[in-house]
Design a protein around this ligand. Structure first.
Ligand code: GDP
Ligand code: MG
Length: 428
């Protein structure tokens, strides 16, 4: 007999929740509805059961209560009548709003940021992922700590109180800061180890293709299709948190590394964008991005925008991108829609990761862009150009080097654009 494994513990009771959002203008109502629906999916992912959704038109957020106080009274009454423990808010709440709201409702309130943090906390698997989630949790809670640290003893347990930071969140501000410093040191160590692993990997001159896209777009399904593996594809948001990487062989025998990544999302808390930059290092390292798009989603345009914004925040907007229009199997055979994507986005390919339709064309496009992307070149560079030499070692694949009086001769494969800029250094 195991001590802990009682069947009742395996399936924790769902927390009952309601979700609440506001929109500033009538014309934004539809968007707000979609956003609330996404919040509910996030809530389900975190293990809650959303019983009711409230949407209020409000020209500006109430600085004390986010929505109207009357609306909150209404919510409170419903919660009391239906044993609801949790009220979810679709935007980031200020510390003051959070305090006032929890006091008025007399139950746990969570904003979008905390909900996403909670899901990340549940799903992070690697040491680095866990450290980063805890760091993000501390960065979220630190400015919200008032008085003598009692603010962190949230009402009850469950969603929003889980994760590596759970017990530590009882600490006072000073100890949280100390914890934060220690976390940063540990992260540094983990990163150093990963760096070592990566540099041994970069001995193999393989181009990296990173799958990016909105959460639930079908990245993991595509990754599994392309690599023949059995990752965890799921309608649950953020099923993939730690990046996976595998190699495939394109039609021209070119080996390519493909990496699956965490999905992007609208209103991604900025604490997490920063914290997960490192987890998205594969994206920063990639030579080509496949932006996977769920064209069957009614919010496809917003999702494309959200992904593009994140791509910019990561500083990788100059990398070549193929827009992969996924889930065509769910579309009526409507070619005008595909055409309009083509006009807007440039390089697109329509596929179904589920049925395999269009995959050959995709792989051909990938191989073509990657051959066009690289160029092998021989350069002779004065040794005093230290930063250029470092850059070439960093961005290129060095096949050979030779030192002659005051110069270094490099046989190096570089992104074509860079190679062209350096043509004046090339050997006659
Ligand atoms: P990710 O969050 O981008 O990694 O998305 P997943 O690969 O986990 O897929 C999300 C959901 O979409 C899963 O339920 C998949 O089965 C489904 N899905 C993915 N690709 C397709 C497709 O081409 N057609 C259809 N009908 N469903 C798909
Ligand atoms: Mg995934």
């Amino acid at each position: 007999m195991h001590k802990k494994s009682q069947l009742t513990n395996l399936v924790p009771p769902k927390e009952k929740a309601v979700a609440l959002g506001i929109y500033t203008h009538r014309s934004d109502k539809w968007k707000a509805e979609q956003s609330l629906e996404e919040l509910s999916t996030l809530a389900i992912t975190a293990g809650a059961d959303v019983r009711k959704i409230y949407l209020q038109e409000k020209p500006r957020q109430d600085p004390a209560y986010y929505c109207g106080k009357g609306k909150l009274e209404e919510v409170k009454e419903f919660c009391s009548g239906h044993e609801i423990d949790l009220v979810l808010f679709d935007d980031a709440l200020s510390p003051a709003q959070m305090r006032n709201i929890e006091k008025l409702l007399d139950r746990k309130a969570l904003d979008r940021t905390q909900l996403i943090l909670d899901i990340f906390a549940q799903r992070a698997k690697t040491a680095e992922g866990k450290l980063q989630v805890e760091l993000a949790q501390i960065d979220y809670f630190l400015p919200r700590l008032t008085g003598k640290g009692t603010a962190l003893s949230r009402l009850g347990g469950g969603i929003g109180t889980r994760g590596p930071g759970e017990t530590k969140l009882e600490f006072d501000r000073r100890r949280l800061r100390e914890r934060r410093t220690r976390l940063l040191k540990q992260l540094e160590n983990v990163k150093r180890i990963r760096q070592l692993q990566r540099s041994s990997r970069s001995e193999i001159p393989l181009p990296i293709v990173a799958l990016v896209g909105y959460t639930n777009a079908g990245k993991t399904t595509l990754f599994n299709r392309l690599t023949g593996s059995k990752g965890f594809a799921s309608p649950i948001l953020f099923a993939t948190l730690d990046p996976a990487m595998k190699s495939i062989r394109a039609a021209n025998k070119q080996l390519i590394l493909i990496s699956d990544t965490v999905g992007f999302i609208q209103k991604l808390p900025h604490e997490l964008v920063a914290a997960f930059r490192a987890t998205l290092e594969e994206v920063v390292q990639a030579h080509l991005l496949l932006h996977v798009i769920d064209i069957s989603n009614p919010n496809v345009d917003e999702q494309i925008d959200a992904v593009r914004q994140t791509i910019q925040e990561l500083g990788v907007e100059n990398k070549p991108v193929i827009h992969v229009l996924n889930k065509v199997d769910l579309l009526e055979s409507d070619t005008s829609m595909l055409q309009s994507f083509r006009n807007r986005l440039g390089d697109v390919v329509a596929i179904s990761a589920e049925t395999g339709q269009g995959l050959e064309e995709l792989v051909e496009m990938v191989a073509k862009i990657l051959t066009d992307f690289w160029q092998r070149i021989q350069l002779t560079i004065p040794l005093q150009e230290q930063s250029l030499i470092a850059q070439l070692h960093h961005q290129g694949k060095v096949y050979g080097k030779n030192y002659t009086d005051g110069h270094i001769e490099l046989d190096v494969e570089l992104p074509k654009k860079l190679a062209e800029k350096l043509r004046h250094y090339s050997l006659p």
